[in-house]
Design a protein around this ligand. Structure first.
Ligand SMILES: NC(=O)C1=CN([C@@H]2O[C@H](COP(=O)(O)OP(=O)(O)OC[C@H]3O[C@@H](n4cnc5c(N)ncnc54)[C@H](OP(=O)(O)O)[C@@H]3O)[C@@H](O)[C@H]2O)C=CC1
Ligand SMILES: O=C(O)[C@@H]1CCC=N1
Length: 272
């Protein structure tokens, strides 16, 4: 059975481990995590029943797949002391870090088989979305293995060009935060208009869930679903008119371009 080691036990590692174990077809005994934080290690061990380590080398000792889940700025320093072991053992290396290229990962780790991917936090509930790209050294079996791993946390999309990953980062990687921001704004607006915060929150969250489910299950696109809510001369039309008047599409374009540019900037900043 494949042993999986996570380097870094923060938000995303927790989300992916939660997703992996949620389905029940992977044993907790096959997952190891290393993280410097004692509290974090304790929480991970208690929540998931997995083995945790303070030492990254201990975690990767028997791993067939090593998932790099540390902040991009930490990556080079984390890989340096692991390089000799990784180079000898040649596990499949999977990086979820924004803005660290396959070329840098290969150089820093000495690994030939590397999958670079961009998941998102709904992975915790099995509702994640992940874009992936593989280095030339990844075999079909390893590619299928990486796909199965991330499929356990939601849907996967393989990309043709590594640069597309920066767009995926701006879309689905950061995307949950955009929806949460919209929810915050809707809750605040409804509260100001006179609803209690609890009521505003409950209705906002259920509306987001319902809209997401409709968009995912319907055979028509979001524009048509929106049209079906918008009665001529009605309330939605007035609200949409207000959004369009404030150039919401330009705002979304500018926000996502800024995120994409930041990912590309991180590629440059963190490269040698
Ligand atoms: N958050 C998100 O929505 C997404 C994040 N990502 C990517 O995932 C990666 C992790 O992000 P996220 O989980 O949010 O970050 P977190 O900070 O929550 O997790 C990183 C973890 O790594 C630990 N760590 C720090 N140094 C080391 C080390 N030397 N060895 C092992 N572990 C170490 C950190 O500990 P400590 O806190 O003590 O420093 C922390 O627990 C990033 O590269 C990010 O780009 C990708 C998609 C979505
Ligand atoms: O904000 C970030 O940099 C990371 C990558 C995508 C989501 N969180």
């Amino acid at each position: 059975m494949t042993q999986i080691a996570f380097i870094g036990g923060g938000n995303m590692a927790t989300a992916i481990i939660g997703g992996l174990l949620r389905q029940g077809d992977l044993s907790a005994q096959l997952i190891q995590v290393s993280d410097p934080g004692e509290d974090k290690r304790q929480t991970l061990a208690n929540t998931f029943g997995i083995q945790t380590f303070a030492d990254n080398l201990e975690a990767i000792r028997n791993a067939d797949t090593v998932i790099l889940a540390v902040k991009p700025q930490m990556m080079k320093g984390v890989l340096q002391p692991l390089r000799e072991t990784l180079k000898t053992r040649q596990p499949l290396l999977v990086s979820i870090a924004a803005g660290i290229t396959l070329s840098n990962l290969s150089q820093w780790s000495g690994c030939n088989a590397i999958v670079r991917c961009m998941p998102n936090t709904p992975a915790l509930l099995g509702a994640g979305a992940t874009g992936l790209i593989a280095s030339d050294g990844v075999s079909i079996n390893q590619r299928n293995g990486a796909d199965r791993l991330l499929q356990a946390t939601g849907s996967t999309v393989w990309l043709k060009d590594e640069q597309e990953l920066d767009i995926v980062t701006a879309l689905s990687g950061s995307g949950p935060a955009y929806y949460f921001l919209m929810m915050e704004a809707m809750i605040a607006a409804a509260t100001r208009l006179g609803l209690s915060e609890d009521t505003a929150r409950a209705l906002t969250v259920q509306t987001a869930l319902g809209a997401g489910m409709m968009a995912s299950q319907s055979d028509v696109g979001p524009a048509e679903l929106r049209r079906r809510v918008t009665s001529p001369g009605g309330t939605t039309e007035r609200a949409i008119f207000t959004f369009e008047g404030a150039h919401i599409r330009d705002i979304v374009q500018a926000a996502m371009s800024a995120a994409q540019e930041r990912a590309a900037e991180m590629n440059r900043e963190l490269s040698e």
